[in-house]
Design a binder for this molecule. Structure first.
Ligand SMILES: Cc1ncc(COP(=O)(O)O)c(C=O)c1O
Length: 364
């Protein structure tokens, strides 16, 4: 079979998701399991979204609207009258990374991406026989100058994950302005803003502003999986120049966004109060976790997102496994020997996480 498969995919890493709760319950015989591994929203979706879902269920025998027309109108209004031709929905923002590869990468082209970051940029470049050039973070932050220096005449896409997963750090507007000023005209800057809604830092640049100001090289990726609590439905979107969107349309599967996701996302956009609750809970609980980390003498990286990277000062895989055995799923494997990432949960979940971490770390 190996001879049948394209050589460039032979050693692509298969994505390893955060361990599902049911799997941990089954494998370890645990009843109570807390998952703080995939940056999901602990409050879940808006009740309006759940109602819209229920109302949409009887029609699932019909194909969905392949163009997501109504949702596009709603999102356009949500962004104060954005041109609907600048919007494209997908089966999670993850799928947009794949579509960007399919639409823009020839063999031998280059993709520049930060490391560690969202782990799909690199394999989805190599899938197309393109070269992924990964640029290490500096002090847990994206180094835009270094990313800029890595751009060559073969570079088609540069990924800027802002806030960055797994560090929660941002690059600032002035850094981005300078970076975009030096970017060759035949290269796209892709801002992965999966955690956009959580950011508080006033220095944070809203990628959409660059589009509004006529920058045609900027692609913004956002999602309903995080702040809107719809990860299980799989829906995200790209905001970009209409010509870029038209190319992504050419590689898009006709019915990639299902009818339930479209209905729920539309309702979720209309529930500003729920979004506010989610953001406020996250803000409050981040402070709780910071205080607890300080109390325990645990180093952490202040985060603009809904997760925190912390230094357990023990082998991260050992800590991950020990936490798992006590029913708390977190995430490691970022290439930092002793650092792990925890998603900000409810107070109850965060307390369980802290108690468990404390017991794991004092067990030696
Ligand atoms: C930075 C980043 N981008 C994209 C995604 C994928 O999100 P979606 O569920 O929309 O595919 C994630 C999910 O963890 C992420 O952290």
């Amino acid at each position: 079979m190996k001879a049948l498969a394209r050589p460039n995919i032979h050693d692509l890493a298969v994505y390893k998701p955060g361990k599902p709760i049911k799997e941990v319950q089954r494998e370890l015989g645990l009843e109570e399991v807390v998952k703080l591994a995939s940056n999901e929203n602990p409050l879940g979706p808006s009740l309006l979204a759940l109602k819209a879902l229920e109302a949409a269920v009887p029609d699932v025998y019909l194909y969905p609207d392949g163009s997501s027309y109504r949702l596009k109108q709603t999102l356009s209004e949500y962004y104060g009258g954005l041109d609907p031709d600048q919007i494209l929905f997908a089966n999670g923002s993850n799928e947009l990374v794949q579509q960007l590869s399919l639409a823009f990468l020839n063999p031998g082209d280059e993709v520049v991406a930060p490391r560690p970051s969202f782990p799909r940029y690199e394999p989805l470049a190599r899938m197309m026989n393109a070269r992924a050039v990964e640029v290490d973070l500096t002090d847990f932050r994206l180094d835009l100058e270094a990313l800029g220096r890595a751009v060559t005449e073969r570079t088609k896409l540069v990924y800027i994950c802002n806030p960055n997963n797994p560090t929660g750090t941002i690059v600032t507007k002035s850094e981005v302005d300078a970076f975009l000023g030096g970017l060759p005209a035949d290269c796209l800057a892709v801002f992965d803003e999966a955690y956009f809604e959580y950011v508080d830092d006033p220095a944070y640049p809203d990628g959409l502003e660059y589009l509004r100001n006529g920058n045609r090289q900027v692609v913004v990726l956002r999602t309903f999986s995080k702040c809107f609590g719809l990860a299980g439905l799989r829906i995200g979107y790209a905001l970009a120049d209409p010509e870029i969107i038209a190319f992504l349309e050419r590689v898009r599967e006709p019915f990639n966004v299902n009818a339930l996701a479209q209905a729920a996302a539309e309702a979720a956009l209309r529930d500003g109060a729920h979004k506010q609750r989610v953001v406020e809970l996250n803000r409050r609980e981040k402070q709780f976790l910071y205080r607890e980390f300080d109390r325990l003498g645990i180093e952490y990286i202040p985060s603009e997102a809904n997760f925190i990277l912390f230094n357990a000062r023990r082998d991260e895989q050992e800590v991950f496994q020990a936490m798992l055995r006590q029913g708390v799923i977190i995430r490691g494997g970022f290439g930092y020997r002793t650092w792990l990432r925890v998603t900000v949960g409810t107070r109850e979940q965060n307390e369980k996480f802290i108690h468990t971490l404390q017991s794991v770390l004092t067990e030696g």
